[in-house]
Design a protein around this ligand. Structure first.
Ligand code: G4P
Length: 521
């Protein structure tokens, strides 16, 4: 395996709260990489003005991307893949799962609003997995929080040490540019000019008469503080996901993005070693291997075919190659494979570790599956199940359709589209992270399984798996604030009405071991 092919690859996801600027930043990155020619292309997709997507009808109706895809571009001799992480109303478990396939994440924060709820959740998923997180504080062209406060918030709210790589000079109407601390350069806003500073940095005379005196004095003060008491830049800690490099800019004005991209490409990790249940797989291994982290159904409703998203972890993918699905030992030929671009798909013949490709699937794969062309059975570390926060009781409107209903429920649970539990009366309870998961579920049962369903709210918001050798004993805990259900692997789960009910349960039954997330397989 050619090491350069691996080292030039980067694969990352952008995490943010709605409206922080994820779409705008993605678009500007693609413009820089020449992957799109005009601004507006990604936004158009988000607004669905010209959505060519032939995926799910619901995507078109709602004008959103239910599914996620990869946007790949080349920049500075690197092959960069941005994994689209659905946000907004289409936020769901998929959003979390996508993050298991990336090597780093870019966290976009609105400079005026600071860290918001969804950012925090996604941050936690990345941080739990040790994924390096790059922070981009956006919208400096507007009135913003004091950048020192923004840095403090990162540490306090997220508990993540951070180091500023660039620093804003003023904000809003007084926004004059950013200072790149590593390059010792000031990029001037709206002037298309840079000032290379000397060894005195911002304290020298070069900025005098250029910046407004209040901005210059703030910049000097901030640099004194950061140089004296801030975290030191440490590339090893960054690569381990223990220190977040921070950048400032304006995605809308396309300002601060070039320095961000340049530093990001140097600091972010290339595809690395992936853990398996028995050891490790290096991207340089000749043996081909990868894992499925997402299954997208209904590419063509008439055929019920599905697309499995494969993250390649080692070796070279060649179209038509034979591989083994390690879960079942089944051999298969990978003849239909595709790149997953924003709105287009093209057949992919060759791909390498650090690429994500789509494989057409007729129902063979499950989320978390590993495949390889080697003799050794490789199982990549299981993907986590994320605790749902929304629940619905669901049944077929027409009991004669019971069989179709069960089949649909099973299939969608297997795809990971939604979580499915049963209670002691064999009622089906759905669990989701985002509301759209219910809508997609209903749409697909009607359209693919020809079954109208009834969905009713149930008054639970918290799920915890229970570690016990005696699931029957759990019935004693059932009351109006706690219900015992079983997931699709028959593992017991307790649903609580709210955090308060959970806490009082924990206080009362200290010896019952509750866990927030369990591995899928
Ligand atoms: P999202 O994908 O994270 O939800 O955010 P998106 O990029 O769609 O941006 C949300 C809004 O914030 C958009 O305005 C966008 O133009 C604006 N925005 C993004 N980056 C910046 C920035 O750096 N500075 C300023 N001032 N605004 C920014 P909108 O009015 O909601 O949409 P549109 O009418 O511009 O499409």
């Amino acid at each position: 395996m050619n090491i350069d092919l691996i080292n030039k690859r980067r694969i990352f996801g952008i995490i943010s709260h709605p409206d922080a600027g994820k779409t705008t930043l993605t678009e500007k990155l693609l413009l820089h990489g020449g992957a799109i020619r005009e601004a507006g292309t990604v936004r158009a997709r988000k607004n669905s003005k010209y959505a060519k997507s032939d995926w799910m009808e619901i995507e078109k109706q709602r004008g959103i991307s239910v599914t996620s895809s990869v946007m790949q571009f080349e920049y500075d001799n690197r092959v960069i893949s941005i994994m689209d992480t659905p946000g907004h109303n289409d936020f769901g478990e998929d959003t979390y799962r996508i993050l298991t396939s990336v090597d780093s994440a870019v966290m976009v924060i609105d400079a005026a609003k600071g860290i918001e709820a969804q950012t925090k959740k996604l941050f936690e998923v990345c941080s739990m997995r040790g994924i390096p997180i790059f922070t981009f504080i956006n919208k400096l062209d507007r009135q913003s929080m004091d950048p020192l406060e923004s840095m403090q918030e990162l540490e306090e709210v997220l508990g993540m040490p951070s180091v500023a790589v660039t620093w804003p000079i003023g904000c809003g109407k007084e926004f004059e540019g950013i200072y790149d601390r590593l390059e010792n350069v000031v990029h001037l806003f709206r002037k298309d000019d840079n000032i290379q500073l000397d060894e005195d940095g911002v304290h020298g005379s070069k900025l005098e008469g250029v910046l407004n005196p209040a901005n210059l004095s703030n910049l000097r003060y901030a640099m004194e503080l950061l140089d004296g008491a801030g975290n030191e830049f440490d590339i090893e800690l960054i690569k381990l996901g223990k220190l977040s490099p921070v950048f400032f800019g304006s995605a809308l004005a396309d300002f601060g993005i070039t320095p961000f991209l340049k530093h990001f490409l140097v600091m972010s990790p290339a595809p690395g070693i992936r853990k398996t249940t028995t050891g490790e797989v290096s991207p340089l291994d000749e043996t081909f291997s990868g894992f499925i982290f997402k299954i997208q159904a209904n590419m063509n409703p008439a055929h019920r075919d599905r697309l499995a998203f494969l993250r390649i972890c080692s070796g070279t993918f060649e179209r038509g190659m034979n591989v083994t699905l390690t879960r079942t030992g089944k051999q298969m030929k990978l003849s239909q494979s595709t790149h997953l671009m924003a709105n287009e798909r093209e057949t992919v013949d060759v791909a390498y570790a650090g690429d994500v490709i789509g494989i057409y699937d007729s129902g063979t794969f499950q989320i978390g599956d590993s495949i390889t062309n080697g003799k050794e059975k490789i199982f990549f570390e299981p993907l986590p199940t994320f605790p749902p926060e929304l629940f619905m009781r669901v049944s077929a409107k027409n009991s004669l359709k019971g069989k179709n209903f069960q089949k649909g429920v099973e299939q969608l649970a297997q795809e990971g589209a939604i979580q499915v539990y049963r209670n002691e009366y064999n009622e089906v309870i759905l669990g989701a992270v985002g509301v759209l998961q219910f809508e997609v579920f209903e749409y697909r049962l009607v359209n693919e399984y020809n079954t109208d369903i009834r969905m009713e709210n149930v008054d639970f918001t918290v799920a915890r798996w229970v570690k016990t050798d005696n699931p029957n004993s759990l019935k004693q805990y059932q009351n109006s604030r706690c219900m015992v259900v079983y997931d699709r692997f028959d593992r017991p789960v307790l649903l609580f009405t709210n955090e308060y009910a959970l806490r009082s349960f924990q206080d009362r039954y200290e010896d019952v071991e509750l866990v927030e997330a369990l591995d899928i397989n």
